[in-house]
Ligand binder design. Structure first.
Ligand SMILES: Nc1ncnc2c1ncn2[C@@H]1O[C@H](COP(=O)(O)OP(=O)(O)OP(=O)(O)O)[C@@H](O)[C@H]1O
Ligand SMILES: [Mg+2]
Length: 153
């Protein structure tokens, strides 16, 4: 998961966008985010924002928001906390449990889905924008097997 996150970090570079992270409890969403932040140069502690809803990291002059919407009641609550001030297209936003209120409210550039298969994890990444597509292509050039964008939207 950390190796995949490092490839993802290389493909993102200094780009910004919205990334949904789906998968059951313990699938590895936070592990992925930890690996990503580390690969982007963050050296501090990465806490799971299950109770705080969002943690913001400052890395090399840019901000990265990490959300965990597990405890959220729905889209209304997400709008009430001013989600649009966070997800402004200029900032990298990583959103765990988007199903709890972000789906339908926010447009993701990329959606990473983790499925537990025995003691293994299968990960599919879908792109929904030009930037998302570019990230996927850079990842595949980086030698990683990725699924091609689907038209499920
Ligand atoms: N290959 C792997 N990838 C990710 N996590 C793994 C892997 N193997 C073991 N683990 C362990 O599984 C747990 C995954 O937890 P993690 O917090 O990343 O999941 P999560 O998807 O964020 O869960 P939640 O929905 O509760 O936020 C961690 O304890 C991690 O060490
Ligand atoms: Mg988590």
């Amino acid at each position: 998961m950390e190796a995949l996150a490092a490839r993802f970090a290389r493909a993102i570079g200094r780009g910004a966008g919205t990334v949904f992270l789906s998968g059951d409890l313990g699938a590895g969403k936070t592990t992925f985010v930890r690996g990503l932040l580390k690969a982007l140069g963050y050296r501090g502690l990465v806490k799971s924002p299950t109770y705080t809803l969002v943690e913001t990291y400052s890395i090399g002059g840019r901000s990265i928001h990490h959300f965990d919407l597990y405890r959220l009641a729905g889209s209304d609550e997400l709008e009430a906390i001013g989600i649009r001030d966070f997800v402004d297209g200029q900032t990298l936003c990583l959103i765990e449990w988007p199903e709890r209120g972000a789906v339908g409210l926010l447009q993701p550039d990329l959606h990473l889905r983790i499925v537990l298969a025995g003691d293994q994890r299968e990960i599919a990444i879908t792109a929904y924008s030009g930037w998302g597509n570019a990230v996927l292509h850079r990842m595949s050039e980086d030698g990683h097997r990725v699924s091609l964008p689907e038209t499920d939207r």
